[in-house]
Design a protein around this ligand. Structure first.
Ligand code: FE2
Length: 489
């Protein structure tokens, strides 16, 4: 399918120096302008070295030869801490595997700055998580687990900058979703691992496949996480994840059987390196929506469009109240992570496959648009449709006079294929959706680099999802306003 691009300057006029679709240009890159931000004038104090800590001895334990075959992961960082994760696997594991975790400033672990003990138990499929705290904001650390005489692979994680700490280094974020194994390979995870990201934002569909019991869900996580490229992506940076339907069942909504939902929620929690407390063991209920503060860069608001949806609202009243409360902050950018499309599309097809997006909840979208209209620097990040898109979000996509209030970037899917019903309609989408700025169904991931005055948007595409070397040539650049009328003069 051909891609198209309509690039605009902040006054809304068309740019003539940006190649258009007829020249084969893709919606690969853009800069999003930010609102003016208050420059930080105070010089950052010279950082003192973190105090060194002594290594802990591991307890003796009988283990299979290679128990760390699922690798390591980290997630939900803040300005002083990050969650560390691993799971041990193998025949004959004892019901409790005592471990030591270590955080170091160097990859050889010669200088430890944090360490502690944790237990992997059968209660949680021998997954283990630890909070490594007391770390310095804006700094990269290395971590590993040790059990008996065996050490895990080494992971890398960055503790995020703190509000007002004067760190104005651009923040490098990755965004993607949807990694169906049957559709393709994980070449994009190789690119994520190589991108030196500060944070990877995952917008759902981490697993695909039919499961009913908690063990079946755990097996799906183990199957997906066995991929070495996915492991490398996790080991390269911290992830913050929300979920979509496939973590429970295809196109599930909150009417799914409670026991099955509880099993799905438990397995998700066990396998994601998240700071969240575990879901209710009986019902699976938990508040997965949360805020990840990005220091002076702003904040990321991760939403859950599945668990709280009902006939009236997609987010549910509590999540809507939370979202409204989190929009008030002192940072530059407001990133809203949504597993599904926010801005909406008019589709020239008979059965609208977008009923389970904000297109099925137009009143939710109108309320959301009204809330962010006064907040410059709002960017919706979305997934689900297995194509990249950039859109201008307004209260009503069918109303050409509705004022755009934010940018939406739908990230490329890792491996899941663009649905055929949408692919057939794709050439017409731009004609009937003037707010759609660009679309490209290739697989890959989105890289978003936040600075105080701009966001660099790069879609990294792969021609062959089984071949990391098939990364597409460097994308063209374009300028898209964050929100016409709100962009700096
Ligand atoms: Fe998907």
């Amino acid at each position: 399918m051909g891609a198209f691009l309509a690039a605009c300057t902040s006054d809304g006029s068309e740019r003539s120096d940006v190649p258009d679709a007829s020249a084969g240009a893709a919606d690969n890159g853009a800069t999003t302008s930010a609102p003016p931000s208050t420059p930080t004038t105070a010089a950052a104090p010279e950082p003192q070295p973190l105090p060194e800590v002594d290594a802990l001895d591991t307890e003796p334990v009988d283990l299979p030869a290679e128990p760390f075959t699922l690798g390591v992961a980290s997630g939900d960082p803040d300005a002083t801490s990050v969650i560390l994760w691993t799971r041990v696997l193998g025949a004959g594991l004892p019901s409790i595997v005592p471990m030591v975790w270590e955080v170091s400033v160097d990859e050889s672990f010669s200088t430890l700055v944090a360490t502690g003990r944790a237990e992997a138990t059968t209660e949680h499929a021998h997954t283990v998580r630890a909070i490594a705290s007391g770390l310095r904001s804006g700094t990269t650390f290395f971590y590993r687990f040790r059990a008996g005489a065996i050490a895990s692979p080494v992971g890398r994680a960055k503790v995020l900058p703190a509000l007002g700490d004067g760190q104005n280094t651009p923040l490098r974020l990755g965004v993607s979703s949807c990694q169906r194994l049957g559709d393709g390979g994980y070449a994009a995870h190789d690119g994520i691992a190589a991108s030196n990201l500060d944070l990877m934002i995952w917008l759902g569909d981490y697993i695909y496949g039919r499961a009913n019991t908690v063990d079946e869900y755990r097996d799906l996580y183990a199957e997906h996480r066995s991929d070495p490229l996915l492991q490398a992506a996790h080991a390269s940076c911290a992830w913050s994840a929300t979920w979509d339907d496939h973590e429970v069942a295809n196109d599930y909504n909150n009417s799914v059987d409670q026991a099955r939902f509880a099993a799905a929620a438990k397995a998700w929690w066990e396998h994601m390196p998240t700071r969240l407390p575990p879901p209710d063991p009986e019902t699976g209920a938990f508040d997965l929506y949360r805020t990840i503060d990005l220091g002076d860069h702003g904040r990321l608001l991760l939403t859950d469009v599945r668990q709280h949806a009902d006939g009236a609202t997609l987010l549910g009243p509590d999540q809507e109240d939370w979202l409204a409360s989190q929009l008030d902050h002192d940072g530059t950018w407001t990133l809203v992570g949504s597993p599904v499309l926010v801005s909406g599309l008019l589709l020239p097809v008979a059965d609208n496959p977008l009923f389970y997006t904000y297109d099925g909840y137009p009143n939710d979208r109108a309320r959301l648009a009204a809330r962010v209209a006064s907040i410059p620097g709002t960017v919706f990040l979305s997934g689900d449709l297995h194509t990249s898109m950039s859109l201008l979000m307004s209260a009503d996509p069918a109303d050409n006079t509705a004022k755009p209030v934010a940018t939406e970037l739908m990230a490329p899917a890792i491996s899941s294929a663009f649905p055929e019903d949408l692919a057939g309609a794709a050439p017409l989408l731009g004609l009937v959706n003037p707010h759609l700025q660009g679309i490209d169904p290739r697989n890959g991931f989105l890289r978003l680099t936040l600075s105080a005055d701009r966001a660099l948007v790069e879609n990294i595409f792969y021609e062959d999802t089984t071949d990391p070397s098939s990364v597409a040539p460097a994308p063209p650049m374009a300028i898209i306003p964050t929100a016409p009328g709100l962009a700096p003069a």
